[in-house]
Design a protein around this ligand. Structure first.
Ligand code: SAM
Length: 284
């Protein structure tokens, strides 16, 4: 499946990383994993041939995936992360003092172990935080079986291929809706918008019947092909999407956040979608 997805999506073009030094490579129980050094991007991890994260720009993606929902919500205490094996999402969630517990459901223990060893600054000790509860398992099964409910759910999955394919299905989104608290927010990486407009439309159609608001926001993530990462956004609390700038700034200060990419102004601007995505969603 991995090759078919990649061949379809990147037919005729793509990006190349020179692997200056391979630090670790293996076929895990679930996917092919390689971690290598690259002169420009530092240490890089790829799963099934798709770049997941680099030392140089990981903060862009992890900050925007976490602080947009958490500062929109304003008082989240319980967070669920699906995937996220490199630990960057967990690290950023734990920066919020309102968060009492984070449950992370990651299918591949080896990704966690190897990222702790070769990309230690991604998790930066987050896996040892007493507020972190790590579950090794399939995210789609977890959300459809758990009795727990969460204020924020973040799906930091691989692309819709291999083990990640199930995390882009209606069954997964139905499970999300069933374990999201009233007023909760769900966000998910939904591909790079310039290439994956159809995925944006498909996700919107699958989320719309389950939530009062299914939308998207974007961030410029340099190493994801196409440069603009699209994040799916879903909530039944309409007010969360249009939080006043002054409120976001107050919450940012109250949390004493230290960020390198995220700002409250950028947060607000990230919901302004390119014309071609709005047209695709409208005509979808
Ligand atoms: N930031 C990256 C991106 O946007 O492509 C994703 C980071 S993280 C490495 C993706 C994680 O999703 C991997 O650790 C992978 O093992 C995990 N994963 C894939 N399918 C999963 C599933 N069905 N349940 C739980 N975790 C899954």
């Amino acid at each position: 499946m991995a090759n078919n997805y990649l061949e379809t999506l990147y037919a005729g073009w793509g990006q190349q990383f020179v692997m200056d030094e391979i630090l670790f490579e293996a076929q895990t129980e679930h996917q092919h994993l390689v971690i290598f050094n690259n002169a420009q991007w530092g240490r890089v991890m790829a799963l099934d041939g798709v770049i997941q994260t680099t030392e140089k720009d990981e903060f862009v993606y992890h900050e925007m995936m976490v602080h947009v929902p958490l500062l929109s919500h304003g008082s989240a205490q319980s967070v669920l992360i699906i995937g996220g094996g490199d630990g960057g999402i967990l690290r950023e969630v734990l920066k919020h003092p309102t968060v009492k517990q984070v449950t992370q459901v990651e299918i591949d223990q080896q990704v966690i172990d190897l990222c702790k060893e070769y990309l230690p600054n991604h998790s930066a000790g987050a896996y040892e935080n007493p507020r972190a509860n790590i579950v090794i398992g399939d995210g789609v099964e977890f959300v459809n079986q758990t009795q727990q409910k969460f204020d924020i759910i973040i799906s930091d999955s691989t692309d819709p291929m291999g083990p990640g394919e199930v995390l882009f299905t209606s069954r997964f989104y139905q499970g999300i809706a069933s374990c999201l608290n009233e007023g909760g927010i769900f966000v998910a990486q939904n591909g790079v918008s310039f290439l994956q407009t159809q995925e944006v439309i498909t996700t919107a159609k699958r989320l719309a019947p389950l939530f009062d608001q299914a939308s998207f926001y974007t961030a410029a993530v340099p190493t994801y092909v196409g440069g603009i990462m699209t994040f799916a956004w879903a909530t039944n609390q309409l007010a969360h999407k249009n939080v006043a700038l002054a409120t976001l700034e107050a919450r940012y200060q109250a949390a004493n956040l230290q960020t390198r990419f995220y700002t409250p102004s950028l947060h607000q601007a990230s919901f302004a979608l390119p014309q071609y995505i709005m047209e695709a969603l409208h005509n979808g």
